[in-house]
Design a protein around this ligand. Sequence first.
Ligand SMILES: Cc1cc2nc3c(=O)[nH]c(=O)nc-3n(C[C@H](O)[C@H](O)[C@H](O)COP(=O)(O)OP(=O)(O)OC[C@H]3O[C@@H](n4cnc5c(N)ncnc54)[C@H](O)[C@@H]3O)c2cc1C
Length: 461
Amino acid sequence: MPARSRVLGLASELGPIVGAENVLTESSALEAFRKDMADFEATPAVVARPSTEEQVGRILDVASRRRVPVVARGAGTSLTGAVVLDGAIILDMQRFNRILKIDPVNWYVQVQAGVVLDDLNQALRKEGFFFPPDPASSFLCTVGGAIAESSGGMRCVRYGTMRDWVLALRVVLANGRSVTLGEPLAKNRVGYDLVHLMIGSEGTLGVVTEAHLKILPVPSVPFVRMLVTFDDWPSAGRAIQELRRRQVMANLMEFMDRETVLAVNAAFHTNFEEAEATLLVDLDEPLVDVAEAIFRAHGARRFSRAANEAEAERFYTVRSHAYLAVKELASGVQIEDVTIPIDRLAEYLALVKEVATRHGLRMPTLGHAGDGNVHPTILFDRTDSASRAAATAASQDLCRYAIRVGGTITGEHGVGVQKVALMREQMHAHGAEEALRLMKGIKQLFDPKSILNPGKYVEAA
Ligand SMILES: Cc1cc2nc3c(=O)[nH]c(=O)nc-3n(C[C@H](O)[C@H](O)[C@H](O)COP(=O)(O)OP(=O)(O)OC[C@H]3O[C@@H](n4cnc5c(N)ncnc54)[C@H](O)[C@@H]3O)c2cc1C
């Protein structure tokens, strides 16, 4: 905990920049900024709530001069400790909440960093457009947080991650200066691609204040949303692999195991079939027959099509809220995010079960099976060091399997403080040590005093 006099000194410099009412120093007010959504915790020195790029620049100036770390914060839904830091200035970006322009010809939206993704999509739908990336936290998470985490989500199986949808950014650098990166154009070949350097940089290279994002017209092909159940996990995995082999592209291909569905039913008063494995699937109507035949050939026991739009929406919402239900099952939770080559999916699902049994842990499993990125959610007892150690060992087993088979330790949640050592291990195993050295040089160039989210991610690896 920083000395009170230091905090008050800092607050007295930040007050004139954002207004005293937008500087929080009381411990009761800081409480809401102490944790992320996997319960990584740390106590900030102060929270500042800027609303303009100029204010962000002046705050970074103060931080740089005083050498106080700064953590930009969207909605705080991070799962890796990326958004909490002891003694930091938290830059709460939620006042950057305006959609500036929807361009119906160039097909982009210009938006401030604090806009919540679902709010963005609500506005876009009124104009006949949508923004495809949809982390399951889209009802909370912000444009800036999703860019900084290069978030994925449920529609990734068809549309890719945030990395595929950002055209241009306004960013405030550690030295307080603002910069435009990229152009809101279909094509642009000027200079190194700093937009993509910023995407997935976890708040360590700059503070995003504004973005131009690609958008698409709402698809006109009718689609079918359904739940497909199986008696075991690998069968669901094999069905997905076969769909790929047969070139059937889904719009959603989400996995939930029995324990996840039990938790969901209890939390949301639903009555989904409590099968060993459930897939939530969206398919364009012309693909449904062939897909159902493939599912059946791989042991699907039941198909439940959404009867109408409201039910389709309910299926989607329940899946997107599933982590929140599962998280309540134990005092400690470590959500895994390895991504494996999709041809290994059935093998990986079998491994998850085996690892849970071997370590004596409950691991409700959910996530984006269609792109090889399911999330075993490792439950443990926070008060029991043996239970915590078992959770860490289980996580390492899964990550090391991914590294061995050419997968990655994180497909979308990022590294934060959770996976620094494993990131180093992956880069070493995959011949990327020189790339890591270059990355450290980039951090040094962008943030020579290391004030932006220090001690995490690339810098710490
Ligand atoms: C229920 C639930 C479901 C989830 N599902 C998914 C999923 O399907 N896919 C997925 O990828 N993730 C998922 N996540 C993780 C998380 O929601 C995403 O990473 C999300 O995009 C983070 O957005 P945020 O606004 O909450 O960012 P925060 O948690 O506030 O911040 C995350 C990181 O971004 C940085 N940051 C935030 N704003 C800015 C900014 N303006 N400029 C620079 N850096 C910034 C922070 O410093 C931090 O490093 C889920 C989380 C929960 C709780």
